[in-house]
Design a protein around this ligand. Structure first.
Ligand code: IPM
Ligand code: MN
Length: 351
């Protein structure tokens, strides 16, 4: 029996999460596993009503779960940063979800701007460090609001944090058994202290993984190659900030935020899975956004829980839907509503 926390969140989060849960129910019946859902009404609405962001009591309950399924956090009436830091980053950090895992995989039938590249060319995974770097919140400002204002925002890279991330990347690469190649994405020519550490640890850890090829690329070059030669990549490991940026690029080349999902992984603790797109306030409640990213997040969650066959069947169903049914993954252009797309996925799973 899995205990799964569900945080539908803001904007279109609740409507896409509903589709993911529909799919979860279908695969649980087909592949015979049981689960119990706990819903948490966190997000902008609650904050505006009660000033409550993420009570410690909820955080403590989340620590007891087998997994967390998240829709989206972010509200147009709340100052940027409040909910992101107070909910999303707070959960990632407190539960020590030190890996942000983001597959970039083009399914047949999905339109990508890289017209001449196909599913065999776009299939890699970004392993993003998820608890340190520029996200540590270390810094400050003085003389605020004056012409002499100075702001400092430090990036933290610890030996332990870097090492566990790189080790995860190599282990994941071995398990994935695709091209058996790990690329370190950094900026050794400018961020000479931080990426000197990353590079040394990368070389050290690589020695433990015979048969896995290693490569290094600066982050700007990675951006170019993700578009020009995405087939060069298998597993890319990088720090928090660079990972944030290159995974949005990755989302676009695999067809956009309507399909891109991610996991916040603590290999020894509670992990959280989410569609990569935000709360999309302008589409809220219209039933026009793609639920396939949220459904793919559900697939990643099941893979993480060890329900490999259920996860596989979700991926196959999603592949069918994008190949045969939806016209586009953009909001309002699918040719179907959010809930109808969820129904199609369920139909293929059960069919
Ligand atoms: C993501 C998002 C978050 C991040 C924001 C919402 C804090 O962009 O999950 O990539 O920067 O990590
Ligand atoms: Mn991001």
């Amino acid at each position: 029996m899995y205990r799964i926390a569900v945080i539908p969140g803001d904007g279109t989060g609740p409507e896409v999460v509903a589709e993911g849960l529909k799919v979860l129910k279908a695969v649980s019946e087909k592949f015979r596993f049981t689960y119990q859902l706990e819903f948490y009404g966190l997000g902008g609405e609650r904050y505006l009503r009660t000033k409550e962001i993420l009570p410690d009591s909820v955080l403590n309950e989340l620590k007891q779960m087998d997994a967390i399924y998240l829709g989206a956090i972010g509200h147009p009436d709340v100052k940027p940063g409040v909910l992101e830091q107070g909910i999303l980053l707070k959960i990632r950090f407190t539960l020590d979800q030190y890996i942000n895992l983001r597959p970039v995989k083009l399914f047949s039938g999905v339109e990508t701007p890289l017209k001449d590249k196909g599913p065999e060319d776009i299939n890699f995974v970004v392993v993003r460090e998820n608890t340190e770097g520029a996200y540590g919140g270390v810094g400050g400002s003085i003389r605020k609001g004056t012409p002499d204002e100075i702001a400092i925002q430090e990036a933290i890279h610890t030996r332990k944090g870097v090492e566990r991330c790189i080790r995860f990347a190599f282990e994941y690469c071995r398990k994935r058994n695709h091209k058996n190649k790990v690329t370190l994405c950094g900026k050794t020519n400018v961020l000479t202290y931080a990426f000197d550490l990353w590079e040394r640890v990368f070389r050290e850890v690589a020695k433990e993984f015979e048969g896995i090829e290693t490569d290094y690329a600066h982050v700007d070059a990675v951006c170019m190659w993700m578009v020009k030669n995405p087939e060069w990549f298998d597993v890319i490991v990088t720090d928090n900030m660079f990972g944030d940026i290159i995974t949005d690029l990755g989302a676009m080349i695999q067809g956009g935020l309507g399909i891109a999902a991610g996991g916040n992984i603590n290999p020894n603790g509670v992990s959280m899975f989410e569609p990569m797109g935000g709360s999309a306030p302008k589409y809220t409640g219209m039933g026009v956004v793609s639920p396939l990213a949220a459904i793919s997040a559900c697939q990643m969650m099941l893979e993480h829980l060890g329900e490999d066959r259920a996860a596989q069947s979700i991926e196959e169903a999603v592949m069918k839907v994008v190949k045969q049914d939806v016209k586009s993954l953009s909001a309002g252009k699918m040719g179907y509503g959010t809930s109808e797309v969820g129904d199609l996925v369920v139909k293929y799973i059960l069919g």
